[in-house]
Write a protein that binds this ligand. Structure first.
Ligand SMILES: [Ca+2]
Ligand SMILES: [Ca+2]
Length: 142
């Protein structure tokens, strides 16, 4: 975990950088796909759904839901990913929904930087790292 300064532009820059974004999505997908069948089942997705809920809590929605309510939240998040409703999430679905969520988050944030606590392996942390590297290389090659 680390505290990072984040704004909408950093997130959008990351999403628009195909190589960085697709690479991170594929890494994350492979990490979640514990039985390596190229698809994410509900139980494999749980880890991701939990971290997505964590992100919501950073926006001040930190209620402590009862387990039933939590299961409902995970269910509805899973359905958002599983666009063809076949009960599993494939890489394209995972990529599309991750992108959609990050664009929505970027729009919410706008261009006023906010501090967020980020997991080391989260997409948002990767977005921040990418921005940092970019700034460094701009500096070096300027
Ligand atoms: Ca799997
Ligand atoms: Ca599906």
């Amino acid at each position: 975990m680390s505290v990072e300064l984040l704004d909408g532009g950093i997130i959008l820059g990351f999403i628009e950088d195909d190589e960085a974004f697709n690479g991170s999505v594929q890494d994350r997908f492979a990490y979640l796909d514990t039985n390596h069948d190229g698809l994410l089942s509900y139980s494999e997705m749980l880890k991701e759904l939990q971290s997505l809920r964590m992100i919501e809590t950073h926006f001040g929605i930190d209620v402590k839901p009862d387990p039933e309510e939590l299961a409902h939240v995970y269910d509805s998040l899973f359905v958002q990913f599983d666009r063809d409703s076949n009960g599993v999430v494939d890489l394209e679905e995972f990529k599309a929904e991750t992108k959609r969520m990050m664009v929505a988050m970027a729009n919410d944030l706008g261009f006023l930087p906010v501090q967020m606590i980020l997991d080391e392996d989260s997409f948002l942390k990767k977005a921040v790292d990418r921005e940092f590297m970019k700034l460094q290389s701009d500096h070096v090659y300027a």
